[in-house]
Design a protein around this ligand. Structure first.
Ligand SMILES: Cc1cc2nc3c(=O)[nH]c(=O)nc-3n(C[C@H](O)[C@H](O)[C@H](O)COP(=O)(O)OP(=O)(O)OC[C@H]3O[C@@H](n4cnc5c(N)ncnc54)[C@H](O)[C@@H]3O)c2cc1C
Length: 496
């Protein structure tokens, strides 16, 4: 069978399906090719205010009214109660000393709570991806996207003005000719392999491993803390209605609760810790990890795994080429950075938005090539910037004061971006994490580098550490629209 389309999208995660829907709205003929079959388990669930804002913008700009309710908890619950979802009111971080319970310091020096929304109605969400991705793939088909699942892509043949994909489905050979291929098949995905692209590691991206899955009956930190912690204020949001991060030297655990009784949880750890715990063993590795973290062990005392945990031997990845003649990789296929700050969805949606601009613009080959080249540069810069920050955070996992000071770089940058976008002044916040804002990008890069260098060797010089904290404070101050520099808040930041 031979078929012709304007656009082929590889991979029907949320990125691929959204891309395909937008292209249909722009009048293109589109085929969406999926190796597997929905519904399927996939990780990467915690959204953020900026990600949801971009989702909302895409829904408005490309007339996707059925997607728009998914950008906030309240409309989502009213419109699609059957699509699994978690309430995310903020980012919760607890620092755990290895081998001892969480101390719950009354001065809150071992926790960081950053609210993302003032109330549930407008809150962010965790996307239960089996439901979420299946819904979007179906929506794409409803808009006229040709959808082929359980398809095995074999190769990509470049032509003069188009590309041909060769594939197999149900024992039949397929040839799909198209003007453009967008690859949304994830890290080390289809085009990276088909064209044998080189890897180009991101500077400072920590080499980490992951172990994760879905659980039932996971306890709540609010219940565990109720009996043992004495705080003189009420937290800015219910602490479990959040992306809960348990931080410890060498790694961190995420806990994301859905409204269907399931909780997503997993660990990302440095190679050294992952080897020591033998995370590659799967479930026994998880048990060994919890042995070292008594409070987390208590939280998971009644928990049951829905299926054996998945081990990812290497999270970090970046391809050497993000776009070529008539093809491009979505950011999630171009690179991957440890998910410590839930950056993947936002980066991916920014990429979808930029590639949509390419589709919506002039269609002569030179313009398309030049815009794809710009897209590739932007994507690489944003991945590099994110990797630098995550690398610095990993270097300081054992020093929570410096860790929180670095994390504030993220919260300052994304809240500054979100507020300016809402006010129609996106040009004031160029690039993810303000990576093209000269007054922020340079100092942020310098802080990340200084932190990584400083914490490479122990003991850390107190004067250099103090200078780093001061540099961080000064970097954040001009962009701090949410009171991150106000010491009276003692690491609890409500929405003002
Ligand atoms: C452990 C972990 C935790 C994460 N947590 C978060 C988080 O909390 N917040 C966040 O923002 N991001 C997170 N991420 C990142 C997030 O998972 C990704 O950004 C997101 O999944 C990208 O979505 P996507 O639709 O582009 O690709 P994917 O979700 O990866 O989907 C790719 C699709 O392509 C299909 N496919 C693959 N190869 C082929 C092929 N050869 N042919 C056809 N189809 C193919 C797959 O079957 C799949 O359906 C996390 C990632 C990991 C690994």
């Amino acid at each position: 069978m031979t078929a012709e389309f304007d656009l082929a999208v590889v991979g029907s995660g949320f990125g691929g399906s959204l891309m395909a829907m937008i292209a249909r709205r722009l009048g293109r003929s589109v085929i969406l090719l999926e190796r597997g079959k929905h519904p399927r388990f996939v990780i990467g669930e915690s959204s953020t205010p900026l990600a949801n804002q971009i989702l909302e913008e895409l829904a408005d700009r490309y007339d996707l009214p059925r997607v728009r309710p998914l950008a906030k908890w309240g409309p989502w619950q009213r419109t699609y109660p059957g699509i699994g979802c978690g309430l995310k009111r903020g980012f919760t971080f607890y620092q755990h000393p290895i081998g001892r319970p969480f101390a719950a310091d009354p001065a809150r020096r071992d926790q960081l709570l950053v609210a993302a929304s003032a109330r549930d109605e407008v809150a962010d969400t965790h996307w239960y991806r089996p439901d979420f991705d299946q819904f979007l793939a179906q929506e794409a088909q409803n808009l006229g996207v040709e959808y082929l699942d359980e398809v095995a892509l074999c190769g990509l043949e470049p032509g003069e003005a188009d590309l041909t994909l060769t594939a197999q489905k149900g024992g039949k050979n397929l040839r799909i000719r198209c003007k453009l291929v967008l690859d949304a098949s994830g890290p080390r995905g289809f085009i990276h392999r088909a064209l044998a692209l080189p890897e180009a590691p991101l500077e400072m991206s920590p080499p980490t491993q992951g172990l994760y899955g879905h659980f039932t009956d996971v306890g709540k930190m609010a219940d565990l803390l109720a009996s043992r912690a004495r705080f003189d204020e009420t937290p800015p949001y219910p602490v479990d209605a959040a992306a809960v991060h348990h931080i410890f030297d060498g790694g961190w655990i995420w806990v994301l609760r859905f409204n269907n009784g399931l909780t997503s949880a997993g660990v990302a750890a440095t190679d050294a810790l992952a080897r020591a715990l033998k995370l590659a063993d799967g479930t026994p590795g998880w048990a060994r990890l919890l042995e070292r973290l008594p409070t987390v062990r208590e939280q998971f005392a009644t928990a049951r795994m829905q299926f054996p945990l998945v081990h990812a031997p290497r999270l970090a990845f970046a391809t050497g080429t993000v776009a070529g003649r008539n093809w491009a990789l979505l950011p999630s296929a171009a690179g991957f950075i440890d998910p410590l700050l839930s950056t993947g969805i936002a980066l991916n949606l920014l990429g979808v938005s930029r590639l949509a601009d390419v589709l919506a613009g002039a269609q002569d080959p030179e313009t398309i090539q030049s815009r794809l080249a710009t897209y590739a540069r932007q994507t690489r810069l944003e991945l590099e910037t994110t990797a630098r920050l995550i690398g610095a955070l990993y270097a300081t996992l054992g020093d929570f004061e410096v860790f929180t000071a670095l994390a504030r770089l993220y919260f300052a940058a994304v809240s500054f971006t979100e507020i300016n976008r809402r006010l129609g002044r996106a040009h004031l916040a160029p690039g993810y994490l303000l990576c093209r804002q000269p007054r922020f990008a340079g100092p942020m890069q310098a802080c990340c580098r200084a932190a990584t260098d400083l914490f490479r060797t122990a003991p850390v010089a107190p004067a250099a550490r103090a200078a780093l904290l001061e540099h961080l404070r000064q970097t954040i101050a001009p962009f701090d629209l949410i009171g991150l520099g106000d010491a009276r808040r003692r690491n609890w930041y409500p929405v003002d």
